[in-house]
Design a protein around this ligand. Structure first.
Ligand code: NIG
Ligand code: FE
Length: 406
C-alpha cells in the first residue's frame, strides 16, 4: 500500500534517524520542510521531500494544500482501563474535599477497584475501546496503559488482558504497565499487599507476558521508597523496566529510587526540589509531567522550564484516569504545557511526541517524521501553524489523523 501526501504547507517534527529523545537546548529544535510531499508505504514513512523534487508517484494521493503536517501525539501515561466513572467524587471535590480526603473516605482508587471487580472483562474492554477511539480521533498514535484498579491478582490480570486485546485491535501503538502497587487492595495489610505484588502478581504477569513495564505509586499515603525498591527489584528480575509515579502529593524520594533502578520515566513531579533535577542529570530516565492532573486537582504545575535549563528532556502525557485527569486530550495537554508551564510550542511538541514516545519505549517507531517510523500523522486544518494549536486551545484543528498510514 502506497500513499502520497502532497502540497504540505509545512512538514514539521522531522527528526534524524537514531535520535530517540531531545534534551536541554535540543528541546528548542525541530526539523521542518515547507511545500513538501511525504510517501507512506505499508504504514511507514519511507520518503519525504520538497514538491517537485524527486517526488514519487502513488495511486492514492492526499492533497494537503495549506496544511501543517505533524507526527501524532504519544501518550506515555494513562489509566484508561476502568469501569464507569467517578462523577460522584467530582461533586465532593467541588464541595472542597481534596484528592487525599476523597481517597481516605474509601473513594478514589479503591472505589474504581470495587467497580472493576464487578465488571466482566468484555464490558471493561468495550469501555476502554471507547476511550481509545476517542484518543485516536483526537490525534494520539501511541498509548501506554496501566493496570492498578484490580488490586487483587485476578483483577490485575483481567486489566492486563484487556490491554492486550486493545493492543491487538487498534492501529495505535499500545504498551502495558503493571501498576499493582497503585493502592493497598482491600483486605490486606500494607506488608501483605507489598508481598503479594512481589511474590504473586509480578511472577504471574511475567509468566503470561502481559506487561512491558512495572510502576509504583511512590507517594505520601501510598507506597514508601522501601516498598518501591522491593517492587522494582522484583519487577526487574521478571524483565519489567520501571516507570514511577513520584512527587504528586509530596516530595517522596520516588525520583531517586526510580533513577537507581534505571527507570525509563519518572512521572508527575508536581512537587520538585532541585535535588530531583540533580538526580536526573546524566541518566536515561525521562522526567514526565502530567499537566492535566495539575489542572484537575489544582496542584502546582511541574517545573518543566527548570528541567530543560538543567539540560534535561521533558515529556508530557495525559494521565487519563477517572480520579485526577478525566481526559486523554493531548492537544489540551500541549496547551497547558504552553499556557501554564511556559513551554514554547516547539518544546511542547517535542514533549508530546518524541519525548513521550521515549518515555514509553517506542521512540524507534513513533514520535517524529523519520523514515522507517510508522506514518502516524496529523494533517491540520488550513490556517493552523504550530503556535495556533496551543493558542486556539479548543478550536478544532485536525483535518485528518493517519495511523499506520490509514
Ligand atoms: O496518576 N496518582 C495516582 N494515580 C493516578 C490517579 C488514579 C485515580 O485517582 O484513579 C494518577 O493521578
Ligand atoms: Fe498516573
Amino acid at each position: 500500500m502506497r500513499k502520497l501526501l502532497t502540497h504540505i504547507a509545512s512538514l514539521t517534527g522531522i527528526v534524524p534517524e537514531g535520535v530517540l529523545r531531545k534534551q536541554g537546548a535540543e528541546m528548542d529544535t525541530t526539523g521542518s520542510l515547507e511545500n513538501a510531499w511525504l510517501l507512506v508505504e505499508d504504514g511507514r514513512i519511507t520518503a519525504f521531500g520538497q514538491m517537485g523534487c524527486a517526488m514519487p508517484e502513488a495511486a492514492d494521493e492526499l492533497d494537503c494544500s495549506g496544511c501543517l503536517v505533524l507526527p501524532a501525539f504519544c501518550d506515555s501515561h494513562t489509566h484508561i482501563v476502568y469501569a464507569g466513572s467517578r462523577d460522584g467524587e467530582f461533586l465532593d471535590k467541588i464541595e472542597g474535599l481534596s484528592y487525599e480526603e476523597i481517597a481516605a473516605r474509601g473513594g478514589g482508587i479503591l472505589n474504581s477497584s470495587d467497580r472493576l471487580h464487578e465488571t466482566p472483562e468484555d464490558e471493561l474492554y468495550a469501555q476502554t475501546m471507547e476511550r481509545v477511539r476517542e484518543m485516536m480521533a483526537k490525534g494520539t498514535g501511541a498509548i501506554e496503559i496501566k493496570s492498578g484498579y484490580g488490586l487483587r491478582t485476578e483483577d490485575e490480570l483481567k486489566m492486563l488482558r484487556v490491554i492486550r486485546r486493545v493492543r491487538e485491535s487498534v492501529p495505535a501503538e499500545i504498551r502495558a504497565t503493571f501498576l499493582g502497587a497503585h493502592a493497598v487492595g482491600r483486605g490486606y495489610t500494607h506488608e501483605e499487599y507489598v508481598r503479594l505484588v512481589c511474590e504473586e502478581m509480578i511472577p504471574r504477569v511475567a509468566a503470561e507476558g502481559l506487561a512491558d513495564f512495572v510502576d509504583v505509586f511512590c507517594d505520601e499515603g501510598f507506597f514508601t521508597v522501601e516498598d518501591t525498591d522491593r517492587i522494582l527489584q522484583a519487577g526487574r528480575r521478571a524483565g519489567l523496566r520501571p516507570k514511577i509515579h513520584a512527587n504528586e502529593l509530596a516530595v517522596s524520594g520516588g525520583v531517586q529510587v526510580g533513577v537507581r533502578h534505571e527507570a525509563l520515566s519518572v512521572d508527575h513531579l508536581e512537587r520538585t526540589t532541585d535535588a530531583e533535577i540533580e538526580a536526573l542529570r546524566g541518566t536515561a530516565t525521562m522526567p514526565t509531567m502530567l499537566p492535566g492532573s495539575s489542572f484537575f486537582l489544582g496542584l502546582p504545575y511541574g517545573r518543566a522550564k527548570d528541567y530543560i535549563a538543567a539540560g534535561l528532556g521533558v515529556a508530557l502525557a495525559s494521565d487519563y484516569n477517572p480520579g485526577s485527569s478525566p481526559s486523554g486530550d493531548m492537544r489540551f495537554v500541549m496547551s497547558l504545557g504552553c499556557i501554564q508551564m511556559r513551554l514554547t510550542p516547539i518544546q511542547a511538541l517535542n514533549a508530546c511526541t518524541l519525548n513521550s514516545a521515549y518515555a514509553m519505549g517506542v521512540a524507534d517507531t513513533c514520535g517524529s517524521i523519520t523514515c522507517g517510523k510508522w506514518a502516524n500523522l496529523l494533517v491540520c486544518r488550513p490556517g493552523f501553524n504550530l503556535t495556533k494549536i496551543p493558542y486556539l486551545h479548543h478550536t478544532p484543528f485536525l483535518r485528518n489523523v493517519l495511523l499506520k498510514g490509514e
